[in-house]
Design a protein. Structure first.
Length: 91
């Protein structure tokens, strides 16, 4: 049970940080989000050494990234950060 909850929590955080990384304009904060996802991955890989859990972490993170992208595009922004999807502003 604990392994499953940690898998979901770490994957959700990594997926969310990757989503923000992919939506953020070019600035230093973009790379901070990328490093955050990397550190979460390193923490998870150090904690759980099973190949199955590591593969599950990567796959579930990608699933969260895709699902959160769909949800936030439907909403039109990431609510907490007030960050709109790229290409939405027509100038």
């Amino acid at each position: 049970m604990k392994k499953t909850l940690m898998l979901l929590l770490c994957s959700f955080l990594a997926g969310h940080l990757l989503l923000i990384f992919s939506w953020h304009e070019f600035s230093i904060f973009r790379y901070i989000y990328s490093l955050g996802a990397l550190f979460i991955g390193i923490y998870y890989f150090k904690t759980y050494e099973s190949k199955g859990l590591r593969i599950s972490f990567i796959l579930v993170s990608l699933v969260f990234w895709v699902l959160l992208t769909i949800v936030y595009v439907m909403i039109g922004k990431i609510p907490i950060l007030n960050l709109e999807p790229p290409g939405l502003k027509l100038e």
